[in-house]
Design a protein around this ligand. Structure first.
Ligand code: NAD
Length: 557
């Protein structure tokens, strides 16, 4: 029998009066920016230093402190602490300095933050649902203090970035991704929710680490795992019926299966598979503007046949079918090399997601051999393995193609299949290049090339905004295709002339509004929208976007 001391709740109210609660609530607090009248009315006088600062001045202070911190992981903890104190100010800083802040609040620094999660942990953020909650997930979800949740990012921590199984320490990923939904896509932070499913970890180091914050047990697998996820999906859609549920950094074997299982049942997508696909397809559409060709005339050879590679190929197939090819013809134009060589029919024990691309062909042991045999128009690196696009590979691509498409998408920078400089140098400046991590502009033969970064942040925040604003029932491939086209159309001739196949990252909020509009068009065309169509969709999206301005507590004096 559990008895609770009822007086505790009364004491809690008394000990935590509303004025203090206001200063400690990051969604409501504005710190030194509370006005004199607000301080009077809200009983904040004396609880803050007397001088009132504008948000601009607060931002300046944050940036000055940020610049003094020598190490990126500490910059990360500084920004997280700011988010825990004052969300509006956090988003002001991030939005105004996106190119500086993104590598700190997301990749690559967030990877280190996950590795050190148990050490740098300060305050909880988001929800943890563990195997100990089985049978009671409804109750756990009911503990979340906000009812109107619109975007959920969930991970089970099994394949965090390229870092492998980090168990419950993977929480940094949904937290970071949610920040990008708000900063880039204007999703109101009060309606977002990061979730980690703690189904155990097989990471020995974590299992033996006394500071590890997850359950110290091995991962659930098989039917037990599926039953756990099923209870979660049922509970979360029941509790938050209007939420978009984005799966993130699940292991390969689960990611594809869960996507197939849930995509026609609930409002869901997997960014590692589908978001990556759309950003890569956008890059290819831009490349077609340079080469003058059509997608259906291309042959692509992928290095790496995981979530990113197969996701990109699947969307390319849909796009080629839109241009008139049959599915079989389109699949025949996408080829894969994985860690065991060319993916061909005769290979035994191929994973299910590779089967549609296992063509009837002689095997090739190396990537170079495969390039020689297939003479692709584009090579796409998604293997996580550095320097696999060697000089002979790239020079061979330049022999077969006037403008070879070379996408080295593996992250972080050190894992890139080649550098931007190598791609331009070894093709005599003819490569149409994109990377996963940013590269500085390259000077070659008197010309400046600005390499494009195929960052998923171009796509998922806009897709999220479009889905949330229309309350679309499902997230379809057509939406990702529309997102890719919209992104490619935002690239202007000046960008292309510099070799840039994506718009500048600094335009990302406008990019997201345009993508959201394109996604909404599909939602209406496919009869999936639950919100009646506004007269001006773009304006509707722009107006729906969260701005990190402070709320005014005193409406009139
Ligand atoms: P994954 O683990 O699902 O797949 C990796 C694949 O690479 C597997 O098929 C594996 O067999 C293959 N591989 C491993 N070593 C290889 C080798 N030596 N030769 C050939 N193939 C090899 O990972 P993923 O989610 O597909 O991500 C892969 C890479 O793509 C990562 O580096 C990730 O950072 C990057 N990525 C980039 C973007 C982007 O640029 N927007 C988006 C998603 C992923």
């Amino acid at each position: 029998m559990i008895t609770v001391d009822e007086h505790f709740f009364e004491e809690l109210d008394e000990d935590c009066p509303r004025n203090v609660a206001l200063l400690h609530d990051p969604l409501l607090n504005k710190g030194t920016a509370f006005t004199a009248v607000e301080r009077d009315v809200l009983h904040l006088r004396g609880l803050l230093p007397p001088r009132q600062l504008t948000q601009d001045l607060q931002e300046r202070r944050i940036l000055q402190n940020f610049d003094l911190i020598p190490d990126d992981l500490h910059k990360y903890t500084y920004l997280m602490a700011l988010e825990d104190r004052n969300e509006a100010l956090f988003y002001r800083v991030v939005i105004d300095h996106l190119e500086t802040m993104m590598p700190i609040i997301y990749t690559p620094t967030v990877g280190r933050a996950c590795q050190e999660f148990g050490q740098i942990f300060q305050r909880p953020r988001g929800l943890y649902i563990s195997t100990e909650d089985q049978g009671e997930m409804d109750e756990v979800l009911a503990n979340w203090p906000h009812e109107d949740v619109r975007v959920i990012v969930v991970t089970d921590g099994e394949r965090i970035l390229g870092l492998g199984d980090l168990g419950a320490n993977g929480m940094g990923i949904p937290v970071g991704k949610i920040s990008l939904y708000t900063a880039c896509g204007g999703i109101d932070p009060a309606t977002t929710l990061p979730i980690t499913l703690d189904v155990g970890t097989n990471n020995e180091e974590l299992l033996n680490n006394p500071l590890y914050l997850g359950l110290q047990q091995r991962r659930l697998t098989g039917e037990a795992y599926d039953a756990f996820v099923e209870e979660f999906v049922t509970a979360v859609t029941h509790r938050f019926p209007n939420a978009l549920l984005q799966f993130e950094d699940f292991g390969n074997h689960n990611a594809f299966r869960l996507l197939r299982k849930y995509r026609h049942r609930i409002r869901t997508f997997n960014d590692d598979i589908q978001g990556t696909a759309a950003v890569a397809l956008a890059g290819l559409y831009s490349a077609m503007r340079v080469t003058g060709g059509q997608l259906k005339g291309q042959t692509f050879l992928f290095l790496g046949a995981g979530e990113a590679g197969v996701g990109i190929a699947d969307l390319i197939v849909s796009a080629m079918m839109e241009e008139g090819l049959t599915e079989a013809e389109a699949r025949q134009k996408c080829w894969f090399v994985d860690s065991r060589g060319l993916v061909v029919k005769s290979r035994a024990n191929l994973a299910e997601h590779k089967l549609p691309y296992a063509h009837d062909h002689a095997p090739a042991a190396t990537f170079l051999e495969a390039v020689e045999m297939l003479q692709p128009t584009g090579i796409i690196g998604v293997s996580g393995q550095p320097q696999m696009f060697t000089q002979p590979v790239i020079e061979m691509m330049a022999r077969f193609n006037e403008r070879p498409i070379i996408f080295a998408l593996s992250n972080p920078t050190d894992n890139s299949e080649c550098t931007a400089e190598q791609a331009y140098q070894w093709t005599d400046g003819q490569a149409i290049f994109a990377s996963g991590s940013p590269f500085d502009p390259v000077q070659y033969d008197g010309q400046t090339f600005v390499p494009g970064q195929g960052n998923n942040a171009y796509i998922f925040p806009g897709v999220g905004l479009g889905v949330v604003a229309t309350n679309a029932r499902h997230v379809t491939d057509e939406m990702f295709m529309a997102a890719a086209k919209a992104l490619a159309e935002l690239v202007d001739q000046n960008d292309l002339d510099q070799g840039r196949i994506y718009p500048p990252l600094s335009d990302i909020r406008q990019v997201s509004a345009v993508i959201a509009t394109a996604v909404a068009e599909v939602a209406y065309a496919q009869n999936l929208a639950a919100v009646s169509r506004p007269a001006n969709l773009l304006q509707f999206m722009q107006e729906a976007m969260y701005e990190p301005t402070y709320r005014e507590y005193v409406l009139s004096e």
